[in-house]
Design a protein around this ligand. Sequence first.
Ligand code: LRH
Ligand code: MN
Ligand code: MN
Length: 388
Amino acid sequence: MSEMTIIEAGLRALAVETASWAYANSGTRFKVFAQPGVPRDPFEKIEDAAVVHRLTGAAPSVALHIPWDRVADYAKLADHAKQEGVKIGAINANVFQDDDYKLGSVTHPDPSVRRKATDHLLECIDVMDLTGSDTLKLWFADGTNYPGQDSIRARQDRLAEALAETYNRLGEHQRMLLEYKLFEPSFYTMDVPDWGTSYAHCLELGPKAQVVIDTGHHAPGTNIEFIVAFLLRANKLGGFDFNSRFYADDDLMVGAADPFQLFRIMHEIVSAGALDPEAGIAFMLDQCHNIEPKIPAIIRSVLNVQELTAKALLIDASALAAAQENGDVLGANEIFMDAFYTDVRPLLAQWRIDRGLDADPMAAYRQSGYDEKITAERVGGEQAGWGA
Ligand code: LRH
Ligand code: MN
Ligand code: MN
């Protein structure tokens, strides 16, 4: 099989989900640099996501964050997405920006705060019903800062209770993904600090609960592809929040800091046959673009995922299996690295031309006039929520 045939077969199905909040103004704890032309409401965020999809042909859905994307009429929002040629992806719950949540949301010691938080999770399932989304994504900032502050074990019980209530409200074709994060904003314990905790809760809940891996949420040096392989084997990997990091949860463009890591992750996906949408793995971006222009940064990220996936597709699977069987350590590694070092950019340019897309989506965006248009039309764009 030619390299092009292999890439074509693999990439046909690859769908990267972009995040509504990445189109809006966002920053660090220190400063939000407002950019001209950012969306003023969720409708405009969807329009920007549609531009990314039109140029890349690989970003057909956009994730929402509630309440950042709260609107009066969700059916209208979903309809708008459809008109624009994209659909609503995961609904991200947000129980981390309310004064009531200072000591936690679903694990808060006060039952009335827990009730409020769980009600929000249920509200997110209502939003799924109205938008046609099939995925609820949960991340909890919950945890403690000081030893003795609260009972670690009681907080697990409270978490399990809220998750079970939410799980039971899911419709037949809906699922929930539980995201973990080692630290931040809590610095002594996070209530879902790692994949093991998320996995154990998901296992207890049932088949509609799966783990989501945010690539920026681990200790430095963590072998993320091992987690991917383990969860795929257990049928408990629901998807990714892709981004990259040099230090902590940096939320930089995926593939920017460590393209080799993304390659190794995509190799696990490809070799498990999990690239196909049928496998149900959501390839989402969770990034914040503080100094770089938003739409081009998101296009760049989609292209990075595509490029590293194409490289992973080029690993000669049968030669690799033979080398592994023979215990040929260096041979196996060479086969792996050969694919990583292959320059797939010309193949991908051709792949795009074959689909009626521009060979270079970054250049096509620059020439499209869209940036000038939104800069002129949109004044007073949104703040995503971070640093708000
Ligand atoms: C938390 C997180 C989570 C949130 C998003 C905005 O750090 O990764 O996914 O929903 O950032
Ligand atoms: Mn995330
Ligand atoms: Mn994060």
